[in-house]
Design a protein around this ligand. Structure first.
Ligand SMILES: Nc1ncnc2c1ncn2[C@@H]1O[C@H](COP(=O)(O)OP(=O)(O)OP(=O)(O)O)[C@@H](O)[C@H]1O
Length: 216
């Protein structure tokens, strides 16, 4: 079977900084959940940024393939949705208005809105949607951020420590949602909560300048 996305021979060094990746390769298949683990500072967030085409400074070499075809990473943005570790939202607007803003930005239809609302209900924050986001708690903001990103109809979801601010029930529900979704691929950077994804593949990154990253 052909991978959904494949990154080969990635080498990356921040401008004036250390080499974070040296000849690193990995692939992810449709319907697969892959956990990205490793110590602080090893490069989990950097890898997600690179895949999203967000890093254009520094030394970057790679070959990337989407459904078997060569692709430049900035073009992957059309095929993925990224739950960043920091929430990006319009704080003066309500939850509903934020969902609508992203619908317009991504040129989506009402099916996206329905899915975002469904995810907000799943995560137990739908009653907050009429309120401005600057009245939300950290965890509630994170829930809206997750709902907006996962409602986007793409094939690959990147998530950077998505469980961090969530309460236990929401963590359980989010993990169940991801586990039950065999239509999409998820690459999740997380220090913890591996037990929530039994059977999922783990990519364990090792410290830079130590040895090559290990995939197991
Ligand atoms: N803008 C930057 N310029 C230079 N170095 C950077 C920059 N951003 C991150 N780094 C360095 O790159 C390395 C990898 O950082 P990254 O944030 O990807 O690690 P991480 O595995 O996600 O860590 P954590 O588990 O703490 O979230 C670290 O050594 C960090 O200091």
């Amino acid at each position: 079977m052909e991978p959904l996305f494949s990154l080969q021979n990635l080498t990356y060094r921040y401008d004036g900084g250390a080499t974070i990746f040296q000849q690193f390769s990995f692939s992810i298949f449709s319907g697969e959940t892959v956990l990205l683990t490793g110590p602080n500072g090893v490069g989990k967030t950097t890898l997600l940024h690179i895949i999203s085409g967000l890093l254009d400074k520094g030394e970057l070499h790679y070959q990337a393939f989407y459904k078997g075809n060569p692709i430049q990473l900035p073009d992957m943005r059309a095929h993925l949705s990224y739950v960043t570790s920091e929430t990006v939202m319009f704080s003066k607007l309500t939850g509903y208005e934020n969902i609508e803003c992203f619908r317009l930005l991504w040129k989506l239809d009402q099916q996206y809105v329905r899915k975002a609302n469904e995810l907000c209900s799943l995560l137990g924050m739908e009653e907050m949607l009429p309120l401005p986001v600057d009245q939300y708690s950290l965890g509630t903001k994170q829930k809206l951020h997750i709902a907006i990103a996962l409602a986007r109809p793409v094939e690959l979801y990147l998530m950077d420590e998505p469980f961090n601010s969530l309460d236990r029930l929401s963590r359980d529900r989010l993990a169940e949602w991801i586990q039950g979704d065999r239509q999409h691929a998820y690459l999740i950077a997380s220090h913890v909560h591996q037990e929530r994804f039994p059977g999922s593949r783990i990519i364990s990154l090792t410290r830079p300048n130590n040895e090559d990253k290990i995939e197991k």
